[in-house]
Design a protein around this ligand. Structure first.
Ligand code: CDT
Length: 301
């Protein structure tokens, strides 16, 4: 058995006016709890350091730059890196990244147990729209504030396993998991901020959204025989509700633990990476069973 004790650190809401200092204190409390429960890895959500700002329209895009991190780690998050190294816990969290040459990405990082960044992923599937849309009940301006990620879907060796990352909307796309699956991924870490209602479909509320969250993560885990750790930022941010429903899914596609609240809430589960082997060697033995000669349309359109 290759056990990783994983802490899925769901976060409750972050209000627009709240600073990173407040948020980092909450993240540290979750990390201390994770350490006390014997976690090897803690996974925080997408855009963990700020409110889900793509809901706010700013005519001048540069006015949004205050929500972006220009380096990682920086002074605001250094306490997280120091504490993680002291606890010898690997960690992953999402943040808005502004590169030195002016590019904006919706990014997630992964560290080893010493607080060294070993992996970086930039969100590829950006949902929403780029211009103010008066038809929607709320704005979702990811296409305004971010560029599509330029790093592909890499995997990294960490904690004795093969890990990958994805961010929120990516989890709805089978290609996300499959590209990592083809690299032997054993655990996929996914943070999300999902509004509780569909801005374009009045009758789609939290139950349906939680269902799609489970459906996507469970299918991705099963079809690639890997663990999926899907972690929400949840609750009411300035009057805009986000679903909770953080889950850990095993390589059979079964939910082994699920969050009950829309607040800061820690799920800890022992994940055996060797449990990925059976599926990878049998029904989802890609080398033996895939028929790529029939898949060309997927990448040509
Ligand atoms: N953050 C993020 O990607 N949220 C989307 C909302 C989709 S509606 C525009 C999601 O897929 O959950």
């Amino acid at each position: 058995m290759r056990m990783i004790n994983v802490a899925a650190a769901q976060m409750g809401p972050i209000q627009r006016a709240e600073g990173r200092d407040v948020v980092v204190r909450r993240m540290l409390a979750l990390m201390d709890e994770a350490k006390a429960k014997g976690a090897d890895l803690i996974v925080y959500p997408e855009l963990a350091l700020t409110t889900f700002f793509p809901r706010w329209y700013m005519e001048n895009r540069a006015d949004a730059d205050g929500w972006f991190e220009r380096e990682m780690p920086n002074d605001a998050v250094r306490p997280l890196f120091d504490r993680a190294a002291r606890h010898e816990i690997a960690m992953s969290f999402g943040y808005a990244e502004l590169t030195p040459d002016g590019h904006h990405f919706n990014t997630a990082i992964l560290t080893d147990r010493t607080g060294n960044i070993v992996g970086k992923y930039r969100k590829i599937h950006l949902p929403g729209h780029a211009e103010f849309d008066p038809e929607r009940t709320h704005q979702h301006l990811e296409k305004r504030y971010f560029e599509p990620g330029d790093l592909g879907f890499p995997v990294w060796r960490n904690l004795g396993g093969i890990m990958g990352m994805a961010v929120c909307n990516d989890r709805r796309w089978p290609e996300t998991y499959r590209v990592m699956g083809l690299q032997g991924v054993e655990m996929v870490l996914i943070g999300y901020n999902t509004p509780s209602v569909n801005a374009q479909k009045g009758d789609e509320g939290p139950e349906k959204r939680l269902f799609h969250n489970r459906l996507s993560a469970q299918a991705g885990a099963y079809q690639n025989s890997c663990w999926v750790i899907a972690v929400a930022k949840a609750g009411d941010e300035d009057g805009h509700r986000l679903i909770g429903g953080s889950i850990i899914v095993n390589p059979d596609g079964e939910i082994v633990t699920e969050a009950k609240t829309e607040d800061d809430e820690l799920l800890v589960h022992p994940c055996d990476l060797d449990a990925t082997a059976f599926g990878k060697e049998t029904i989802f033995n890609f080398a033996a069973h895939r028929r790529t000669e029939h898949y060309g349309l997927i990448t040509s359109r």
